[in-house]
Design a protein around this ligand. Structure first.
Ligand code: NAD
Length: 479
């Protein structure tokens, strides 16, 4: 990787601005690298490069040939797994074992979509007897990918591996807050045999490079993962050219615990679902709804678990690393100050290790109880390790509370009653429901995405692959 450069047509180039941006280590608040400050001119070059690659035949290559290249990308990722994990861990501030998991997941996305590249099928449709009608799926052409900082490798993998497998050429705008792992990948993807222009990276600010990509008339589809506010801007920009958009936005996902649940199984998973990546996970289980009959017991058990949680530098590989940046820490503290002003009860909290470096953005995990459903802590995405608990009285009440936010991404249901589990799952307004588990360990194969303000469109699984294709109907009249 060449620091401070953009990657276009398989080569490192100086950004048109000639400027770079500082990369801060969230564990100590100090600069440790610099990246290019790409902008509209670089996006222009990247989109033209991607178009040339697509027109030269990448999208017309046999699916199995694209798949073989993607399988080599997977091998390159695994060859460099520890180096990538160390980079991701430091850049994002995530404990090393979580970063290792992200590397493995990124490699799995390339493996999964490599295998699927030659299985993109159409259908034949019943129509008038003198016709045979078929549908074929084609790549869009040039796809734009705007990636956030919380899981750069995973989100890159799920969106770019699928887009490439479908035959698109990609322009990637990674996050200015954390993207070093992706820049490392650039060269290895070229070495793996991706043709020049199939993958282009333009790091830079969201309002510059990101906005330029979203508004570019030369892209055919845009995939955005990030905040609801930015998602609105990206969708508005894409609408100017009638480009399709996949939006993967935030969440306020509920964990619903019925009194008959296996609490030994549920408690550690509930803790992990809000502490993983210091709560900076779109699908974090950040609301806890507990049936009145076991509310006190669940809070007692969770309280004990929260008190044991330790926060430390990414490198220390503790329960929780730092938050990504100072403004994110201020935001989370703003929520907690508000909770205190409003008299919300703090059941328990974790602890920052005494040897955590000064200047890091550390926030202890916090468990709050009896949070009213209308309170901001029960409605808005905190994006930090804060769990808001409330009691419910009945199955109907649980469903009502679970659906009572503007988000609808993921939900967890904990019960030993199979009928109730399915009844509740079907009434929840969200994109994924996990019964007696949460997150299914990532689930590369499982379609993911939201409803309401959590976004629309699906990534991951075969649906994720199909969402990077457009459908053509061919009607043949043969008499
Ligand atoms: P963000 O919206 O600030 O940034 C996301 C990306 O958009 C970054 O690359 C950024 O540079 C870019 N961007 C910023 N302004 C832009 C603009 N005007 N035009 C185009 N691009 C722009 O979000 P974030 O702070 O990076 O991530 C946190 C949010 O992302 C949370 O709300 C979280 O829930 C959400 N998120 C969702 C998912 C999901 O899959 N649903 C995954 C991760 C994060």
């Amino acid at each position: 990787m060449e620091a401070g450069r953009v990657f276009i047509e398989n080569s490192w180039q100086s950004p048109a601005s000639g400027r770079t941006l500082s990369v801060i280590d969230p564990s100590d608040g100090r600069e440790f690298a610099r990246i290019a400050r790409g902008g509209a001119e670089d996006i222009e070059g990247a989109v033209e490069a991607a178009r040339r690659c697509f027109d030269a035949g990448w999208g017309r290559l046999a699916g199995f040939e694209r798949g073989r290249v993607l399988m080599k990308v997977r091998e390159r990722i695994l060859d460099h797994a520890e180096e990538l994990a160390l980079t991701e861990s430091r850049d994002c501030g995530k404990p090393l074992r979580q970063a290792r998991n992200d590397v493995a997941a990124c490699a799995r996305y390339f493996e999964f979509y490599a295998g699927a590249a030659d299985k993109i099928e159409g259908r034949t449709l019943p129509y008038a007897p003198e016709f045979t009608v078929l549908t074929i799926r084609e790549p869009y052409g040039v796809t734009g990918h705007i990636i956030p900082w919380n899981y750069p490798l995973q989100i890159f993998g799920r969106s770019v591996a699928a887009a490439l497998a479908a035959g698109n050429a990609c322009v990637v705008k990674p996050s200015e807050d954390a993207c070093l792992s992706l820049l490392h990948l650039a060269e290895w993807m070229a070495e793996a045999g991706l043709p020049s222009g199939a993958i282009n990276f333009v790091p830079g600010l969201g309002v510059e490079a990101g906005a330029a990509l979203a508004a570019h008339p030369g892209i055919d589809h845009i995939s955005f993962t990030g905040s609801p506010q930015t998602g609105t801007r990206v969708a508005q920009a894409a609408a100017m050219h009638h480009h399709p958009v996949t939006l993967e936005l935030g969440g306020k996902s509920p964990q619903i615990v019925f009194a008959d649940a296996d609490l030994d199984a549920a408690v550690p998973v509930i803790v992990n679902a809000v502490v993983q990546n210091a709560g900076q996970t779109c699908s974090a289980g950040s609301r806890l709804l507990v049936e009145r009959g076991c509310y006190d017991e669940v809070l007692e058990r969770l309280g004990a678990a929260f008190s044991r949680l330790r926060v430390a530098s990414a490198h220390a590989d503790s329960d929780c690393g730092p938050l990504i940046r100072r403004s994110q820490l201020d935001r989370v503290r703003g929520f907690l100050d508000e909770a205190e002003r409003d008299g919300l009860v703090r059941v328990a909290q974790g602890q920052v290790e005494t040897d955590a470096p000064a200047g890091g953005y550390y926030q202890v995990p916090v468990l709050l109880r009896d949070v009213p459903v209308g309170h901001r802590l029960a409605q808005e995405e905190v994006f930090g390790p804060v769990l808001a608990a409330m009691a419910f009285e009945s199955e109907d009440d649980a469903v009502r509370l679970a659906n009572a936010t503007r988000f609808g991404l993921v939900a967890g249901v904990w019960t030993r009653d199979g009928g109730r589990a399915l009844r509740v799952a079907r009434r929840l307004r969200c994109g994924q429901v996990f019964i007696n588990n949460y997150g299914a360990g990532g689930g590369v194969e499982l379609p993911f995405g939201g409803v309401k303000s959590s976004g629309h469109g699906r990534e991951k699984g075969i649906e994720g692959l199909l969402s990077f294709t457009t459908l053509k109907t061919i009607a043949i009249r043969h008499g």
